[in-house]
Design a protein around this ligand. Sequence first.
Ligand SMILES: [Zn+2]
Length: 178
Amino acid sequence: MDYAIHIGGVAAGKSEYEFEVKGELFREFGNTQVLDADIVVKAVLEKGSGWMNLVCAGSGTVVVECDRCLEELELPIAFESNLAIRPAKLGEEPEVSDEFIVVDPSEAEVDIKQFIYDTICVNIPLKRVHRQGDCNPQMEERLKKLRAEDGKGQEDSDTYSPFSALKDLLGGENHRDN
Ligand SMILES: [Zn+2]
């Protein structure tokens, strides 16, 4: 496990972890929108009696494609997210959601890879364009012409909803043209 948190036999109190997230994680999930990443995630597991809470704080950069000129664009990213971890009760199935993980009580470790991936994805800024003047001018010009020929023109930006962008990210595939 690359993103393992030890939960078995952990003493009450806090234990700290640090994970480095690179572009490989996104390739592993088939995400073609994130071209590269350099993010440090600090995770603090706090254990009380009968409960565990994990706070993940990440900061760094992701490289995506600029929506205007299609060249690489580096975006800063910072987030903090909470995950409650608790052992399953008798007869209860292990379960994973955005906010909690129910683990088999015999498990010594829990893998938070999916949680880290999802958390980063929902925190990538939806506006993905270079600052005014920073786009590749030739590319921008060519794309403008192509879009005009397509008959879409400027309407493109109106049909582009944050929700579809989010779905793209989580699905790891481009469904924007649906
Ligand atoms: Zn650009």
